[in-house]
Design a protein around this ligand. Structure first.
Ligand SMILES: *[C@@H]1O[C@H](CO)[C@@H](O)[C@H](O)[C@H]1NC(C)=O
Ligand SMILES: *[C@@H]1O[C@H](CO)[C@@H](O)[C@H](O)[C@H]1NC(C)=O
Ligand SMILES: *[C@@H]1O[C@H](CO)[C@@H](O)[C@H](O)[C@H]1NC(C)=O
Ligand SMILES: *[C@@H]1O[C@H](CO)[C@@H](O)[C@H](O)[C@H]1NC(C)=O
Length: 193
């Protein structure tokens, strides 16, 4: 009697197992891949970005890594350079010093996008080519100069950071306004996969 009654759950379990096995099998080309899981990359990652602006006045042709595009052709004052873009290819290091161990480089741009203060809207790819984790991290968001911590987002990644999303907390580590202007930013990442 007991044995007979146990048969029903056993059959149900078998059907569930069979369904699981058929779902986890290689999907046919073009079929849904929504069950695919991302590998887990690092949950924390920190780097420092070093930026030196090209300034024609001091002609620092031999040491710069970012360049401003032309300002908008307007006849009224534009104290915060609204609409100006800067393209950069900045070295990234593990520590705050520019001579600290290299991690790779960040390539992207920022646009000055406020009429009333300095805000630098950033979009860049951090290409991490050295260290335990190699791959790219795409970072997106506003750097508002007066904020002590600027919260940007990680919108994707490749390699060790495949599919990463999360928070990029950015702080100003150092700035030197003497032309050519140079600064160091830290990016402290909290990553989810
Ligand atoms: C700027 O520096 C470069 C390289 O040192 C030099 O070739 C060039 O003539 C300089 N330009 C000006 C305007 O001084
Ligand atoms: C800037 O705008 C003025 C007025 O519209 C025009 O005459 C001039 O050619 C423009 N300059 C450039 C570099 O486009
Ligand atoms: C690092 O920064 C110092 C001080 O600003 C500068 O003299 C030096 O050239 C920089 N080194 C590199 C590798 O950029
Ligand atoms: C990252 O840098 C490496 C080494 O220069 C290069 O081979 C790779 O293509 C770069 N990745 C991207 C996305 O730029």
């Amino acid at each position: 009697m007991g044995l007979r009654n146990n048969r029903v759950p056993c059959v149900a379990l078998f059907l569930i197992l069979a369904a699981c096995i058929s779902f986890s099998g290689t999907p046919a080309e073009g079929s849904s891949s929504c069950k695919k899981k991302l590998p887990c990359g690092p949950s924390k990652f920190l780097f420092y970005l070093h930026n030196t602006v090209y300034n024609p006045v001091v002609n620092n042709t031999n040491y710069f890594n970012s360049i401003y595009g032309l300002p908008p052709n307007i006849s009224f004052p534009n104290p915060f350079s609204f609409g100006v873009m800067n393209t950069f290819e900045d070295p990234l290091t593990r520590g705050a010093s520019n001579s600290s161990k290299s991690l790779g480089k960040a390539q992207g741009f920022y646009v000055l996008n406020s009429f009333t203060e300095f805000t630098l809207f950033h979009l860049f790819t951090a290409n991490i080519t050295e260290g335990d984790f190699k791959g790219t991290i795409d970072i997106f968001g506003q750097v508002r100069e007066v904020d002590p911590v600027r919260y940007l987002t990680v919108i994707g990644g490749t390699g060790a950071f495949l599919g990463a999303r999360g928070l990029a907390s950015c702080t100003l580590v150092d700035i030197d306004h003497t032309p050519p202007a140079k600064w160091t930013l830290s990016f402290d990442l909290d990553l989810y996969y």
